[in-house]
Write a protein that binds this ligand. Structure first.
Ligand code: NAD
Ligand code: DAU
Length: 358
């Protein structure tokens, strides 16, 4: 048995592949374009493992994807591949439309061709699991109930609009062609191997480097946070038992304003790697220009996944963030190798604007 995982050199995809192969001998074919966000160093522990087949390529390359499907005959495709960073989507939305919309469309077409040619039992067992985000639902007011699966789609950024479009394509391929799909919409992940352009890893690496900790606007935007390994366990559970054509919200019941997250990271660093002069890392916090169109609040109602499929997160925010900060402290080489690449150019572009800090 084989899985085809796309985007498995990125943050969540790589955690998924590592966790999967730690528990199972089922082969994973890992198709990743290796954009700036794809990092094979994350998968270094799988070197020489015959159950991991890495292929560099684009989900939109129909010839390649069809060949991989024919050769490896996977029982499921799990689609993590995407452009994932909201700020990048504001600077340059084109790649987001290309990969998240057109790439998903082409992938669905390749998978449909493969699936339709399978025999009846293999067709019935096949799954296409699409990994999506809570951002498709838009922004909540302070007291509004958390997003359920039936919440209206109201995407506000080029990123979330492109993910919303991909969700609609997946839904349509089920409704029209009968493709056996599942979709997950998850909140903000954090944990090992997170690229330091996103809030939590950026705060850790900037703090350690003595740089400012750039908090957008008033820092009171609220996100729900889930440890990445819990997202991976949710995907495994949905793959195993999800109802075809259904969507499942995944979240950590852990809503927090950004400024609280930043203070928590600073406190943990104060404890685990105190500064020589005795000052707190919090003194490096610097309020900067807000993100255009910044969504104020996301919150996930994960009861469907919990009640129907029996999934629960294993980590609380306190235990997960402690593990995360400790992981970054224990892996300075991974961080410095990321920083010596394209990441540097990005940081300069993003934080060079007047009023911003790097
Ligand atoms: P990431 O940016 O870290 O990784 C994306 C991976 O996809 C990279 O390895 C990249 O090389 C690869 N990729 C990009 N374009 C590709 C293409 N055209 N063909 C093949 N590979 C391509 O992203 P992530 O944070 O790991 O997110 C993975 C998925 O989960 C995304 O679909 C994202 O929308 C979704 N998601 C992320 C979060 C989060 O908090 N990070 C939360 C909910 C949902
Ligand atoms: O909600 C799920 C989404 O979470 C995923 O779909 C996205 O792929 C993922 O990138 C993430 O999106 P966010 O925009 O919420 O994550 P980010 O880490 O970029 O920002 C988190 C919050 O922190 C957001 O309100 C913006 C703020 N922020 C971010 C950065 C990078 C800052 O205040 N300063 C920063 O430097």
């Amino acid at each position: 048995m084989t899985l085809l995982v796309t985007g498995g050199a990125g943050f969540i995809g790589a955690n998924f592949v590592l966790d999967w192969l730690a528990e199972s001998s089922e082969t994973v074919v890992n198709l990743d374009k290796l954009t700036y966000a794809g990092n094979l160093e994350t998968l270094a522990s799988l070197q020489g493992n015959p159950a991991h087949v890495f292929v560099q390529g684009d989900i939109g390359d129909a010839d390649l994807v069809s060949r991989l499907l024919q050769t490896h005959q996977p029982r499921a495709v799990i689609n993590f591949a995407a452009e994932s960073h909201v700020d990048r989507s504001i600077h340059g939305p084109g790649e987001f439309i290309e990969t998240n919309v057109m790439g998903t469309f082409r992938l669905l077409e390749s998978v449909r061709g493969y699936w339709q040619a399978l025999d009846a039992p293999a067709q019935a067992a096949f799954r296409f699991l699409h990994v999506s985000t809570d951002e498709v639902y838009g922004s909540l007011t302070q007291d509004a109930p958390a997003f359920s699966e039936t919440h209206r789609y109201e995407p506000n950024s080029p990123y979330s609009a492109s993910k919303a479009a991909s969700d609609h394509l997946v839904r349509a391929w089920h409704h029209t062609y009968g493709l056996p799909v599942l979709t997950t919409n998850c909140s903000n992940n954090y944990g090992p191997f997170h690229f330091p352009e996103k809030l939590i890893p950026l705060m850790i690496v900037n703090a350690l480097a003595g740089k400012p900790l750039p908090v957008y606007g008033d820092g009171m935007q609220v996100r729900d946070w889930l440890y990445v390994k819990d997202h991976c366990s949710a995907i495994r559970r949905v793959l195993q038992a999800g109802q075809l054509g259904e969507t499942y919200n995944v979240g950590g019941w852990s809503e927090k304003p950004n400024i609280e997250i930043v203070h928590t990271v600073c406190k943990l660093l104060d404890e685990l790697r105190p500064k020589a002069d005795g000052s707190s890392y919090a003194s490096q916090i610097s309020y900067v220009t807000d993100r255009p169109g910044h969504d104020r609040r996301y919150a996930i109602d994960a009861r469907k996944l919990e009640q129907e499929l029996g999934w629960k997160p294993a980590e609380t925010f306190d235990s997960g963030i402690r593990k995360t900060v400790a992981w970054y402290l224990a892996h300075p080489d991974w961080v410095s190798h990321v920083q010596s690449g394209a990441y540097r150019d990005w940081v300069q572009k993003q934080y060079a604007a007047p009023g911003a800090a790097a």
